[in-house]
Design a protein around this ligand. Structure first.
Ligand SMILES: NC(=O)c1ccc[n+]([C@@H]2O[C@H](COP(=O)([O-])OP(=O)(O)OC[C@H]3O[C@@H](n4cnc5c(N)ncnc54)[C@H](OP(=O)(O)O)[C@@H]3O)[C@@H](O)[C@H]2O)c1
Length: 290
C-alpha cells in the first residue's frame, strides 16, 4: 500500500494483529438515498473508494445492509484484489425492509447468512473484523447478546472471521461480549455533541480496544453548534475539520470512519483531521457536549 499512509493524521492502531490507519473511511454513503439501492453516480462512488486507498487509508467500514449488498459490491469492484494492508470491517445483525428500515436480524441463522453474504460480496475467504450490531435505529437497547455473539465466535473458530467487535451496544453488552470472547472494537454513535460514551471510551482505551464513532460528523444531521462555528472560524477551518480533529485528540483508541460520497470531501476530511487544536480550543469544544 501507499507510503502516503505515514502522512495520514492520527497514525495507526492495532485491531488485534491487524494494523489500520486511525483515519479510516465509512462506506455507508456510497449506496443510494437513505442507504437503499445503487448510487446515482456509480463511477463517482468507485472513485471515492480508489481515492481512499490511494491516500493510504487502510480501514474501510461497511455492512451488507448498505444498499443492501451494494456498498460491499462497490468495494469489491473498486479495490479487489485487495492490497495486503487494507482491512475491511463489516457488521451483521440488521437487515433492510421494503421501507428502508433496519430491522434486527440476530438469530443464529440470520448471522450465518449475513457472514456468508459479506464474504461473497466482498470476495473474501475471511472477514477481517465483524461487528455484531445490537439495538435498533433509535440506539442501543439493553438485553443479553450471548446467543448472537456466540454464533459469531463459532464462525470465527471456523476461520470465517478474524476478529470480533460490537456496535450500537450498551456498556453492559460490551462487558458481556468480553466475558465470552475477546473483542477488538466497539462502534457506537459519538461525536462532539453526543458524548454519552465518554466513560466507556476511556475504559476501552485502558484495555487496548478501539472505539469507532459512527456519525462523527453528525450523520444525516450535520453537527451544528455556535461554539463549533466559533472555533472553526477562528482557525479558518470548517466545522467538519474541527469535529474530526477533536475526535483524534479525544483518545488514542478512537478510529475515524467519516462517510462521504465525494472525493473532494474525502480529501478535505483527511486534511482537516490533522488540524492542530490548542488547549483553549479543546476546552471550548469540550463544553459543547456537556
Ligand atoms: N454501526 C452502526 O449502526 C452505524 C450507523 C451509521 C453509520 N455507521 C458507519 O459510520 C460511518 C460514518 O457515518 P455516516 O457516514 O453516516 O455519517 P458522518 O460521517 O457523520 O457524516 C456523513 C455526512 O457528512 C457529509 N460530509 C462528509 N464530509 C463532508 C465535508 N468535508 N463537507 C461537507 N459534508 C461532508 C456527507 O455528505 P457527502 O456525501 O456529500 O460528503 C454525509 O452526508 C458510515 O459510513 C458507516 O460506515 C455505522
Amino acid at each position: 500500500m501507499s507510503t502516503l499512509s505515514i502522512s495520514l493524521p492520527g497514525g495507526t492502531w492495532a485491531l488485534g494483529d491487524l494494523t489500520v490507519t486511525r483515519f479510516g473511511y465509512g462506506a455507508m454513503q456510497l449506496a443510494g438515498p437513505w442507504v437503499m439501492g445503487p448510487p446515482a453516480d456509480r463511477d463517482g462512488a468507485l472513485a471515492v473508494l480508489r481515492e481512499a486507498a490511494d491516500l493510504g487509508i487502510t480501514h474501510i467500514d461497511t455492512s451488507g445492509a448498505y444498499g443492501p449488498h451494494i456498498t460491499n459490491q462497490l468495494i469489491r469492484e473498486a479495490l479487489h484484489p485487495y492490497s495486503g494492508s487494507l482491512r475491511i470491517v463489516t457488521k451483521v445483525g440488521a437487515v433492510r425492509d421494503q421501507e428502508g428500515g433496519w430491522p434486527p436480524a440476530r438469530r443464529p441463522e440470520d448471522l450465518r447468512r449475513a457472514v456468508h453474504e459479506n464474504l461473497r460480496d466482498l470476495g473474501l475467504e475471511t472477514l477481517d473484523v465483524v461487528n455484531l450490531r445490537l439495538g435498533d435505529a433509535q440506539g442501543p437497547r439493553s438485553g443479553s447478546l450471548a446467543e448472537a455473539f456466540e454464533t459469531l465466535v463459532e464462525l470465527q473458530r471456523q476461520g470465517l472471521i478474524r476478529h470480533l467487535g460490537v456496535s450500537n451496544a450498551t456498556a453492559e453488552q460490551v462487558a458481556e461480549a468480553r466475558s465470552i470472547a475477546p473483542i477488538v472494537c466497539v462502534q457506537n454513535m459519538y461525536n462532539l455533541a453526543h458524548r454519552q460514551d465518554d466513560e466507556l471510551i476511556d475504559e476501552l482505551a485502558e484495555q487496548g480496544i478501539a472505539y469507532v464513532p459512527f456519525f462523527p460528523l453528525g450523520g444525516f444531521t450535520p453537527l451544528q453548534s455556535s461554539a463549533l462555528t466559533a472555533v472553526a472560524s477562528r482557525l479558518e477551518a470548517t466545522p467538519m475539520s474541527v469535529a474530526l480533529a477533536w475526535l483524534l485528540r479525544r483518545s488514542p483508541n478512537i478510529l475515524l470512519i467519516p462517510g462521504t460520497s465525494s472525493v473532494a470531501h474525502l480529501r478535505e476530511n483527511v486534511a482537516g483531521a490533522g488540524l492542530p487544536l490548542s488547549d483553549e480550543d479543546l476546552a471550548e469544544l469540550d463544553e459543547i457536549g456537556r
